[in-house]
Design a protein. Structure first.
Length: 228
């Protein structure tokens, strides 16, 4: 059964809509960029523009955190960065298991940005004998049959699935059986999970199809303008 919900409860009792949680991650990325530029403060207009939302939506999102900024000054970049990181649970580094070391999995394993955002790739897994035992990004690729034991020993809290579609559900079941309740799924399939397990799906082909739709619409609009 796939559980659907519209809001999440943080460790301190805050209830934040899931749509807002997604935008908080975008705000955090924009704030990190401002911090790297040496900026001490930012306005709601500037932060909203960097995140691609309107200022009113940003202010409402931040109000769930009890954060309203200072009139005439705006938001303290360092303070707001720390607050959003706390709400997103990024003050504690989380161990991640990556399953499926094909082209996409290999690229994910090599991505250095995870560590700077509070995530640690603790283990890599694959089912192909040719990949098991090889080293990727400083980690030895393990046999997926050892998934349960390694999840426990490495205290993995998040699983990332980058396998072919036909293997994804079995890997998901193994993660859930080992106690993993947060899964990021890159496989082109909808996973069935029990209540209490959160799955985020990333389907690159669907995103490209959506962009194709917008390209088609823009082309049609340009054609109409040319006729007119």
């Amino acid at each position: 059964m796939v559980r659907r919900r519209s809001s999440s409860r943080c460790d301190d009792g805050l209830v934040v809509p899931d749509a807002t949680v997604g935008r908080l991650a975008v705000y955090l990325r924009a704030l990190s960029a401002l911090g790297e530029q040496g900026r001490a403060t930012t306005s709601s207009e500037e932060l909203a523009a960097a995140a691609g939302v309107n200022p009113a939506k940003l202010r409402k999102d931040l109000s769930y955190l009890g954060t309203y900024g200072t009139r005439g000054v705006g938001y303290d970049v360092a303070v707001l960065t720390d607050e959003i990181a706390r709400v997103l649970g990024l003050t504690t580094h989380r161990a991640v298991a990556l399953i499926g070391i094909g082209n996409l999995g290999h690229a994910l394993a090599d991505y250095a940005g995870f560590a700077t955002r509070g995530f640690h790739i603790a283990a890599l897994f694959d089912a192909a004998p040719v990949r098991i035992g090889t080293t990727v990004a400083g980690l030895v690729v393990r046999d997926v049959r050892d998934l349960g034991a390694v999840v426990l020993s490495e205290r993995v809290s998040i699983g990332v699935i980058a396998t072919p579609a036909d293997a994804a559900q079995g890997v998901c079941d193994a993660l859930v059986s080992a106690g993993v309740t947060s899964i990021l799924n890159f496989a082109p399939v909808v996973l069935a999970v029990p209540s209490g397990v959160d799955v985020r799906k990333v389907d690159l082909s669907i995103e490209l199809q959506i962009l194709s739709f917008h390209e088609q619409r823009k082309a049609a609009g340009a054609s109409l303008e040319a006729i007119g």
